[in-house]
Design a protein. Structure first.
Length: 116
């Protein structure tokens, strides 16, 4: 797994060069973000792809990573958390707001991997 990006340029490179990039935006104060069911399902999804170098998961706390999250070059436009955005080689494929979409995210990942 690549190192967590420290600058906008590092994040831009990661977004543009990763086959399947899953960005999870959350916050320490967010109840749904800390839901045991959501966290377990998300962890299980990450485990499923841990040996696949084409799939990268990154997690951003919107408060601790405010500079990157709010950088206008990315236009993340995070209005609520949790939000999960899926990128395929720099293009936003899909985004999900809330906690009930992990099956759909897995479907998106499979679709990206089938088209490599």
């Amino acid at each position: 797994m690549p190192a967590f990006p420290q600058t906008s340029n590092e994040l831009q490179t990661l977004v543009n060069t990763t086959k399947c990039l899953i960005l999870k935006f959350s916050a320490s104060w967010c109840g749904p973000c800390k839901s045991a069911t959501f966290l377990k399902s998300y962890h299980d999804l990450k485990e499923l792809y841990k040996n696949n170098s084409d799939v990268v998961f990154l997690e951003f706390d919107v408060d601790l990573n405010e500079d990157l999250v709010s950088d206008p070059q990315f236009n993340f436009d995070i209005a609520s958390v949790p939000t999960i955005k899926i990128y395929n080689n720099g293009k936003l494929l899909n985004q999900y707001l809330g906690t009930g979409y992990l099956k759909e995210i897995n479907t998106d990942i499979k679709a990206i991997l089938q088209h490599l």
